[in-house]
Design a protein around this ligand. Sequence first.
Ligand code: SF4
Length: 341
Amino acid sequence: MTQIIPKKLIAVENNWQKVLSSAFSDPLALLTYLDLDPKQFEDDIAARRLFPMRVPLPFAARMKKGDANDALFRQVFPDKKEFLNDPNYLLDPLKEQNNDKPGVLHKYQSRVLLLVRGGCAVNCRYCFRRHFPYSDNHLNKLKWQETLDYIKQDVNINEVIYSGGDPLMAKDDFLAWLTQEIVNIKHITRIRIHTRLPVVIPSRITPELIQWFTKTRLKPVMVLHINHPQEIDQLMRDALKKLTDAGVTLLNQGVLLKNINDSIEVQVALSESLFDAGVLPYYLHVMDKVQGAQHFDQDDNVAKGIMAGMIKRLPGFLVPKLVREIGGQPGKTPIDLNLHP
Ligand code: SF4
C-alpha cells in the first residue's frame, strides 16, 4: 500500500521525533511527492530490500520536483545498480565488523568512538555502514558502564566521539546521562558528535540538546555530513546558529559522489555555503568501497582535479582535506594531490 504523504507542515514541526516517524519509507510516496513517474523507477525500487529507504520531509522538501537527477534525490533513492556485485566492493570496507568491543571503536590513541545508536534519520545509499550489524552493537546500561570504565582506565583518551548510525537518534535524556558520565572522567576534555540528523531534521537541535552538549566543562564539536550546497536551507541555518551561539565548533565532512557533487563548481559552492552557515569544511572523503554503492565511486584523478580547482578558487580555510579511510589503518589517509598528471 502506498504510504500517505505527510502534510507539508511536518517539515517545520518542532517535534523532531514526529518528523522522523513520518519520514518517507515508501519509494512510491516519495515519487508522488516529487512529481516523478513511478514507471521510470520500476527496476530501482526493488533495491530497497538491500537497504531500506528513509527520507525525512525537511530533506525531501529541498529536492527539485520533477527532476530524476536531483542531487539530493539520487543520494537517497534506491537504484538497480545496487544489485551489481563487483568483488572490489565489500560488505565491511573498513573492517569494523567482528569488533571485540561491541559499541566501541578505539582506532586512535587519544580518541574513542562510541556507537551510540544504530540507524539514521536518512539512509544514504552510499553508506559505508549499510551492512553493519547494529543490533550486535547495541549496548544496555550494564554494557555502557563497562564502556565508561574502559574510558576511565585509559588516560591517553582525551576525546569521546558519539557516532552511529546517528547518535542523535538517541533521546536527549539518555544523551544527557551519558554526557554527564563522561564529564565525570577527568582526562576527557572534548566531546564530538558525528551526525547528519540536523541536516535532514533541523528541529533535532532542541533546547535540551543545547543544554547537555554545551553547558559542561567539555569543549563541544559537531561534525556534520553535507555533500551538496542544495542541502543547506534557512531552517538548517537557523538550527546551526543555535549551536554556534552556544559555542559549538561546527565542521563538515562530505563524500565525493559521482554525478552528484563531483565538480569544482559544486564543491566551491558547498564550501562557501558551509561557511555562510557557520561550518568549516573539514574532510572530503573519497567513497569507501562498500558493496552496492560502486556507481557512486569516482576516480581519484577526478578528485585530485577538483581539489586543484578548489585550491585556486578558495581561501585555504575553505578547502577540505581529501582523504581515504583504509580498513585497519589508525587514521584517515590523505590523498597526495601532487600525483595528479
Ligand atoms: S547518515 Fe551517515 S551513517 Fe547514516 S546512512 Fe548516511 S552516511 Fe550512513
